[in-house]
Design a binder for this molecule. Structure first.
Ligand code: F0G
Length: 471
């Protein structure tokens, strides 16, 4: 579905540019330049929009009212939880947007997760309720809209599965060719099935996600190709709107903490940008502390963060030139099995600016947290459960206090990885060593909250007996 934006400021694109985030460079580029890193120094790019507040402080309040009114509008363009916030997006009013009505995801109370984590209350923002079942859709609507504007022939991405499914769907909507590069044998069947169904050209490579990502950066030089990974700053623009929608759902009361999983670090970068823009607009009075949780076997940024903390370095100026990658990342949360995240610098900056934390959690902690989320009646994929596992650790370490308000962002739907769920509950979930090329299961993860099916005789009395004696 391609929709025309109505009512957006006519000159929106003139108010925005692409800028290198490195303090030593800060080069700027037009929105129509098809670049993914700074063409002067190779640094990361982000979109800089002149915020309406700079024109008139009263605009901020009227924006809030307008966004609220749009949520009740039957205009299809307002039904997207991304394009509803179009004043803060770098697209002209005449842009034809590619939408699947992404966003509009629920914010749930999760009392069992709260108790498990040591909190009085915990809310879960479920981005797995997006059209393709993951948070990627909020970014992909913007990236594919930009691909169409630039006249690209092919949209491409490297993926651990969700980016691919999302790009495949949005490309299909736009009539664009879609190509995806996947690490062979490391993608869940459900995610792969989605990309097949949406008609993408699927290339399975021997290697891991980081190898696929390196190849993408080479392919991005081809003029027919548009790269839709989160290195692309337009992706981040779409994903930042999650902060806007969340704040509306919180009635603009800033939570003390926002906790997200970390893989390639696009999500954390985007949320950080979204909250910073709201603060700049005067719509927030402070930033929530943004914390990122990685899986222990794939935690390069958590390692760097710990190193910075041990040196008591927490200034943006202390961010080093490079990140030491994890050469052979491993985790059963395959979505975040990433050793060299491309957006690490933006994410680290957002965490430091908001005084959050970056930590890692074990496979056992992820698996148990996932089962507890399930007990609240909310399904998610393993990577999403790093949040509740991480919150529990951050509470124990006194970084989060029991009475503080906390929102965890769940990133993917439970049906993205049903095998994992089934193995956990049957007690057969096993991790491999992580050594190069070794996928032999070596370490069994205990299903502490196991709930395996039981084979019984087909008799009323047996079933009633089981139910009466159930714990
Ligand atoms: N959760 C899920 C379910 C994901 O699919 C991903 C990333 C993340 C968390 C991490 O988010 O990369 O923005 O830090 N999946 C990417 C993919 C890498 O290809 O689908 P991030």
């Amino acid at each position: 579905m391609i929709e025309k934006i109505a009512n957006a400021p006519e000159k929106a694109a003139e108010r925005a540019l692409q800028r290198c985030i490195l303090p030593s460079c800060r080069a700027s580029f037009g929105l129509r330049e098809r670049i993914y890193v700074c063409s002067r120094c190779g640094g990361p790019l982000e979109i800089e929009c002149e915020l309406p507040k700079n024109a008139n402080p009263g605009d901020a309040e009227s924006l809030r009212k307008q966004w609220l009114a749009r949520a009740a509008s039957s205009d299809p363009r307002d039904r997207s939880g991304v394009w509803r916030y179009r004043e803060l997006l770098p697209f002209e009013a005449s842009a034809r947007v590619v939408t699947l009505f992404e966003g509009n995801t629920p914010l749930y109370d999760a009392p069992r997760c709260a108790q498990y984590s040591g909190l009085l209350a915990l809310r879960l923002k479920h981005q797995g309720c997006n059209p393709t079942g993951s948070f990627k859709d909020t970014g992909m609507t913007a990236a594919v809209t930009q691909a169409v504007l630039l006249g690209a022939r092919t949209a491409i991405c490297a993926s651990t599965g969700n980016t691919a499914a999302s790009l495949a769907a949005y490309s299909a909507r736009a009539g664009l060719q879609c190509a995806i590069l996947l690490p062979r044998g490391q993608i869940t069947a459900s995610k792969l099935a989605q990309s097949m169904d949406y008609g993408a050209a699927i290339f399975e490579l021997d290697g891991n996600f980081d190898d696929c990502m390196r190849l993408i950066q080479e392919l991005g030089d081809d003029p027919s190709i548009y790269v839709a990974n989160s290195i692309n700053p337009f992706r981040i623009e779409g994903q930042k709107t999650v902060a806007f929608e969340l704040m509306q759902q919180c009635a603009w009361q800033v939570p003390d903490h926002i906790v997200v999983p970390g893989g390639n670090m696009g999500n954390s970068s985007a949320l950080g940008k979204g909250f910073a823009e709201l603060l700049g607009l005067g719509l927030l009075d402070r930033l929530p502390k943004l914390s990122v949780i990685q899986a222990e076997g794939s935690a390069p940024l958590a390692h760097l963060f710990a190193e910075l903390q041990s040196k008591k370095s927490s200034r943006i100026a202390d961010i080093p030139e490079s990140l030491e990658p994890v050469a052979h990342p491993h985790t059963l949360a395959t979505a975040i099995k990433i050793g060299a995240p491309v957006s690490w610098r933006k994410a680290l900056r957002a965490v430091l600016e908001s005084h959050g934390q970056i930590i890692a959690v074990s496979e056992q902690e992820i698996a148990d947290a996932k089962a507890i989320i399930g007990r609240d009646g909310i399904g998610c994929e393993p990577a999403s459960a790093t949040t509740v596992a991480g919150i529990r650790k951050l509470v124990a370490a006194n970084h989060i206090h029991s009475e503080e308000s906390v929102v965890a962002v769940l990133t993917g739907h439970v049906l993205k990885d049903p095998d994992y769920v089934s193995h956990y509950h049957r007690g057969t979930l096993a991790e491999s060593s992580g050594a190069a090329g070794d996928s032999t299961p070596s370490h069994l993860i205990a299903g502490k909250f196991r709930n395996a099916p039981e084979r019984v005789a087909a008799s009323k009395s047996t079933i009633l007996d089981r139910l009466h004696h159930a714990k």
